[in-house]
Design a protein around this ligand. Structure first.
Ligand code: GCU
Length: 440
């Protein structure tokens, strides 16, 4: 069966090393110890504690971005562009008439050090360039709609399953049915491949999706080759960007296109990602302030969880298993995490004051919910600088979707299960609904 290869690989990759090893452990509901405040340190002209939004934005935040690029994700392009090559309606009454499905072909370029390269289809012999973005808008929409931008392990035709989305020749699907798909649902939840599209449309949100592997493949060999090709102008291999940065960059190219279309609400561009794409969603928002909100579910190591005092997946494990995800400097910290001057709460702080939901599961210790909670605490001073409370709780529970850093933890393990999406939608309504009501 054609699907068994990629799905088996996907299952192995999702389960890898950790999920299985650690499912008998539970996250502590009372972790303590916030890391050093992102406001306290600084190499800038003003090294003292930062006390105003202005000095945070003009001095400390740019330093932290540069540090995160150098030490963790690799350097982002000096310039980027995206343009729509074609745009068509696929189905005016998709998802039981609840949504209008459209497809954009996008051409995008990256420039590193004066060398500009086109991103997109990496397959040999493909005559089409660029990549596809599928979008479904709620049929009931009467004004600009908020958009959930989704990147996933599974192809676009799984995220938005409608027969009008053409599959690439020979392409696979996570939702082909059969044994492997059942195993995948059992292990990683009913919504691992396909979100509850109709429920999302009913609540008034559009969904836009790309398959990130159509830009940078999630594979050690092909992924690294493509990352090098795109960053041809970047000489220092230790700081060449990894796939997490490139997938984050891809969220921004989606925003380029969506913000040009008046049907979408420019103030409600919300990036969504699970696990490796949760890492990418956080990076996207930290580097692009046009992104208005983030749902990063179980983003773990290299995402929301702290590198220091790490529980769960270690730097050694992640960088040896996925050498294409980060830059080489990050890998070099394996075993020396305590020497890092930058940590993941700084990534969260760069998103302030925009709302972020950090999704977790109690037995997903591989993704280290305690490290994510402590990172959320650590980002607090920057949220407070903007007059927000950030994370507004002292324990991992209860869930407070209205907080600017909302912390969601449910029983169970790694995956996207039935109770996750209602929690995500509660968060979105708490932060984006009032705005919509005012506009309509
Ligand atoms: C592996 C990896 C994690 C990652 C996860 C996923 O388990 O070790 O870092 O978050 O895959 O993407 O599901």
């Amino acid at each position: 069966m054609r699907v068994s290869g990629p799905i088996a690989a996907l299952l192995a990759s999702l389960a890898l090393g950790g999920c299985a090893k650690l499912t008998l452990a539970w996250a502590n509901l009372d972790p303590h110890g916030a890391p050093a405040s992102p406001l306290a340190l600084g190499e800038s002209a003003n090294p003292g504690p930062i006390t105003t939004v202005e000095t945070w934005e003009s001095e400390r935040a740019p330093e932290l971005r540069a540090e995160l690029e150098r030490e963790v994700y690799g350097v982002m392009p000096d310039a980027s562009s995206a343009r729509v090559i074609s745009h068509k309606t696929l189905n005016e009454a998709a998802f039981n008439g609840k949504g209008r499905l459209e497809e954009y072909r996008i051409e995008a370029h990256v420039t590193f050090n004066g060398v500009t390269v086109a991103a997109g289809e990496t397959e040999e012999g493909s005559s089409e360039h660029g990549f596809l973005m599928d979008v479904v808008l709620p049929s009931s929409a009467s004004g600009p709609v908020p958009v959930i931008l989704v990147e996933s392990f599974c192809p676009r035709w799984d995220t938005l399953p409608d027969p009008s989305i053409a599959r690439k020749e020979g392409a696979w699907s996570c939702e082909e049915g059969g044994f492997m798909t059942s195993v995948m649902h059992y292990a990683f939840g009913r919504y691992i491949a396909t979100p509850p599209v109709e429920a999302i449309l009913d609540r008034g949100y559009a969904i836009a999706t790309i398959f990130p592997s159509e830009i940078v493949p999630d594979s050690k060999k092909k992924g690294l080759e493509e990352l090098k090709r795109l960053a041809a102008g970047h000489q220092d291999q230790k700081t060449r960007w990894g796939a997490i940065a490139a997938w984050g960059w891809a969220f921004s190219r989606m925003v380029d296109v969506l913000e040009d279309d008046a049907r979408f609400d420019k103030n409600a561009m919300i990036v969504w990602g699970h696990s490796r794409y949760g890492k990418a969603a956080l990076v996207a928002a930290a580097f692009d302030n046009r992104i208005d909100g983030v749902i990063a579910h179980q983003s773990g190591t290299g995402g929301a969880s702290l590198n220091r005092e790490k529980i769960g997946e270690s730097l050694k494990e992640i960088t040896s298993q996925y050498p294409h995800w980060f830059d080489e400097n990050y890998a070099a910290y394996a075993g020396h995490e305590e020497e890092m001057t930058v940590d993941q709460h700084m990534l969260l702080a760069l998103i302030a004051p925009r709302p972020v939901l950090l999704g977790n599961a109690r037995r997903d210790v591989w993704s280290d919910p305690n490290g994510a909670f402590r990172a959320a605490l650590g980002a607090g001073p920057v949220y407070e600088l903007y007059g927000s409370r950030g994370l507004d709780q002292a324990r991992l529970v209860p869930y407070r979707p209205q907080s600017d850093i909302a912390f969601w933890i449910r029983p169970g393990t790694h995956g996207v299960v039935q109770e996750d999406w209602p929690a995500f939608l509660e968060f979105l309504d708490a932060h984006f609904k009032h705005e919509r009501a005012a506009m309509n």
